[in-house]
Design a protein around this ligand. Structure first.
Ligand code: NAD
Length: 416
């Protein structure tokens, strides 16, 4: 999928706003201002035609006061240092808001995976892990999949790291295949976490979810599991779109047969008993809950005024631009921010890492119960901060995250 776009400056401005609202110790802000380190690497790869090509990559470690750094690695032709820094910082705040003992990191390799053979991709993946091996480790920094990387890539990472260490350490990455110590329930976790947050928000704000109308942009991992979970909760999914187009039925769409159809045809387009709808129309639909679950920067100053949902729940990372956020707030649309709404993914990654450390594996039911507990508690903590002050839920989430970071910094003696 194509690239969401984040700027470090945008995240810094959110931190600035939350810090002002909570009177954060300026030393804490100073410690969070720049990432701890960003390693830039050049990875030589022997291509199938015998030539050598050098790929540039980054690993940014933003802050580790709460625990080892944690964050995905993306392969993308437009991966750049500023975006990797922004995403690393988002991970610091996301892990903190849900109370995980992890810091924030992110990695990127500048490449177009569609132009590489599987063998070239494997050599690049192994080369990148060799290049960043000095700064990662199961107790230092734990990568995971992101755009254009997946369980298969994680398998290569685990194997290469085992060869470097001379010891098998599955806790070096999460998002692994089950055969290598991956966790049950990881694939479904982000969408399931979105559902728990919606369920709790409905309790807090008095929305009856039975028959509540939902429109979802994106029907990949996050969008489809969000749709299925909300459908099971009694919501009416009235529109779903993917990169090729969308489908609409005011009486509701069953996401289960829709997923089967999408897997056969590669798109939701043309599903029975639905009318076509464009992505732009979907974002402007009158409904209770609009869920962007595809890309960053979808709700912008150009289209925010057209949004007619009561809520936006940010399953994607960074789907709302700062300018759009202001417009939505003026319109009284309530936005559940990404660092809270989609934190179910990293929470399940944490469970995977814990199981790897124990070398003992939990049944899916246990993972789901623990996920429910983490997401529910995180929602109410954020809601508590929101109720206390005249702020948005996004700033409330940053306040909770910053509060926890501050406490840990004091406990470690980083600030007095
Ligand atoms: P995915 O690749 O599985 O699915 C992406 C979906 O978005 C697909 O249905 C695709 O067709 C659609 N899409 C792409 N471009 C589009 C466009 N221009 N208009 C409409 N739809 C478009 O990705 P995913 O894992 O579901 O991730 C979706 C979002 O959630 C991303 O922002 C990602 O960063 C975020 N996220 C994912 C996870 C996770 O565990 N997968 C965790 C946290 C956050």
């Amino acid at each position: 999928m194509s690239q969401p776009y984040h700027h470090y400056e945008v995240v810094s401005q959110l931190v600035e706003k939350a810090a002002a609202a909570m009177h954060l110790d300026p030393q804490v802000k100073e410690l969070l201002r720049e990432p701890v380190r960003t390693l830039t690497v050049s990875v030589p790869v022997k291509m199938d035609n015998g030539t050598v090509k050098v790929f540039q990559g980054f690993r940014c470690q933003h802050n580790d006061v709460l625990g080892p750094f944690k964050g995905g690695i993306r392969f993308h032709p437009e991966a750049d240092e500023d975006e990797v820094k922004a995403l690393a910082a988002l991970m610091t705040y996301k892990c903190s808001v849900v109370g995980l003992p992890f810091g924030g990191a992110k990695g990127g390799v500048l490449c177009d995976p569609s132009e590489l053979s599987t063998a070239e991709l494997e050599r690049l993946s192994r080369g990148f892990i060799r290049a960043i091996a000095p700064i990662i480790g199961p107790d230092r920094d734990i990568p995971a999949p992101d755009i254009n990387t997946n369980a298969k890539t994680m398998g290569w990472f685990v194997d290469e790291y085992a060869q470097i260490q001379g010891a098998y350490r599955p806790g070096i990455v999460t998002g692994k295949p089950l055969a290598l110590g991956g966790s049950k329930g990881r694939t479904e976790a982000t969408g399931r976490g979105v559902m728990y947050v919606v369920r709790e928000a409905a309790r807090a704000f008095g929305l009856d979810l039975e028959g509540a109308t939902v429109a979802i942009q994106g029907f990949g991992n996050v969008g489809s599991y969000t749709a299925k979970n909300l459908h099971d909760l009694g919501c009416k999914i009235i529109a779903i779109a993917d990169i090729f187009g969308g489908v609409y039925n005011p009486d509701g769409i069953d996401p289960y047969p829709l997923k089967e159809y999408e897997q056969e045809t590669r798109s939701v387009k043309g599903f029975s008993d639905t009318n076509p709808i464009s992505n732009e129309e979907l974002l402007a639909l009158e409904c209770d809950i609009l869920i962007p679950a595809a890309l960053g920067n979808q709700i912008t100053k150009e289209n925010a005024a057209n949004v007619r949902s009561k809520w936006i729940v940010e399953a994607a990372n960074g789907p709302t631009t700062p300018e759009a956020d202001v417009i939505l707030s003026q319109k009284g649309i309530f936005v559940v921010p990404d660092i809270l709404a989609n934190a179910g993914g990293v929470t399940a990654s944490y469970f995977e890492w814990v199981q790897n450390n124990y070398n003992y594996y939990w049944p899916e039911e246990e993972i789901d119960n623990r996920l429910e507990q983490v997401m529910t508690q995180a929602f109410w903590e954020v809601y508590g901060a929101y109720k206390e002050k005249d702020i948005t839920l996004r700033i409330a989430a940053y306040i909770v995250a910053l509060g926890r970071l501050e406490e840990a910094m004091r406990a470690r003696g980083w600030v007095v």
